[in-house]
Design a protein around this ligand. Sequence first.
Ligand code: UTP
Length: 476
Amino acid sequence: MAVPESLRQSLENAGQAHVLNLVNTLNDAKLALLIEQLEGLDLGAMQSLIDTYVKSAPQFEMPASTEPPTYYPADPNSSVRSYDAAKYISSGEDLLRAGKVACFTVAGGQGSRLGYDGPKGCFPAGAISGKPLFQIFAEGIKATGDKYGSVVPWLVMTSPQNHEATVAFFKDHNYFGLNADDVMFFPQGTMPSFDLETGRILMSDAYTLAASPDGHGGSLKALYTSGAIDAMKARGVEHISYFQVDNPLVRVADPLFLGLHATADDSSAQMSSKMLPKAYAEEKVGLFAKIDGRTQVVEYSDMPMELQRETNPDGSLKFLAGNPAVHAFSVDFVEKVNTDPAFSLPYHRAVKKIAHINTDTGEQVTPEEPNGVKLERFVFDALPFAEKSIILETSRVQEFAPIKNASGIDSAESSSKLQTERAASWLSANGVKVPTNSEGSPDCVLEICPATALDASDLRGKDLPSEIAPGQKLAL
Ligand code: UTP
């Protein structure tokens, strides 16, 4: 077996011929693997990619026309903006009843901050039950289908690194009560890592490019190329409810959000978002903004701090809307962005320490300083391609308890507290007395299974205790 001449030539033209330096040391199977990876690269576009993102760092210039976006407040009677929530809940429920909604979990990330050995979706997240994240979502999806008398298919994006383990986990657990035909897995694409100084592709061994998943923005392409979009169209699915694998409190298919996304006058029903009000001006969270009439997310580091601190006459932050990474998009929108040549998501660069080999000698290099660039695409960069895009406010307690870190902020511990707080708010709304500590937080641990309730109103008429004892652990 030999490297095809055309490939060798393209690599030379792209300044990347060093990846073939050690081919003489490879057997046919390894060489075939290397050729497959190299043939998957867009070598024609590589030089400009390297010039733009590796050898320089693109600077975002925030246009002077940047304004805070309008949004639908969580309280439909708010003075910020009032709206007929019942009408939109009803249109969202109609979509669910008609089987026009699929759920979509992006689970291809590397989860390096959590440091869990296995796909992040297998991480035990239930505050009391220790149920894995995937199980919590599966129960929410099943409960939604049962509630509306329909099937809600579930798309799970994996990465080449965690695909097999993810699929095996579902099989081993009988798909957590879902029908196997209603769960579709597909791996996302990868991007090679580049040497920071030279822009050369790094190799992790003589036949493997150092590569990583291409970001959650890669999901838009993977949905299309995997055949998931065709499969959803064949089932009559029109809208996709998008969420991350790390948030056990997410509403997997929220009728209000789906109804606003699909039918509000100020939505083009293409791509919509939930927002989380910033807790304080300096909070490091991507912010929704309106630029030239289109909704966008601006990274916190790209927005001047004076602007982030600006307030309205009532003291609230002008740029309030943080991004919790919950979206809805239409199947048509995903098709459009994959077929319209004008659509291309930018890359975001991360400078990291990347272990690799010296391609002249084959020796392992373990860098002590950041030496390489990883490139990722972000899903929210698709927002400006939607003609009109709505934003619905949600809250940390009701819907955002991500598990990203092993301890501290956004850890299993903080998530468990938020799960308890949400359950406490739902129980209190249904007349159950919940004990509190001196800080006003629930003095107990609570977990409500999605099969028991998808929202507070689902608890109505259920057999509930009249009160919770201090320190009690209660899973419902
Ligand atoms: P994060 O930005 O939290 O990244 O992903 P991560 O890879 O999970 O974790 P760290 O940064 O290495 O600690 C947010 C969501 O996007 C998904 C993740 O699985 C998570 O649901 N994601 C991220 C992908 O699906 N693919 C990617 O390439 C990156």
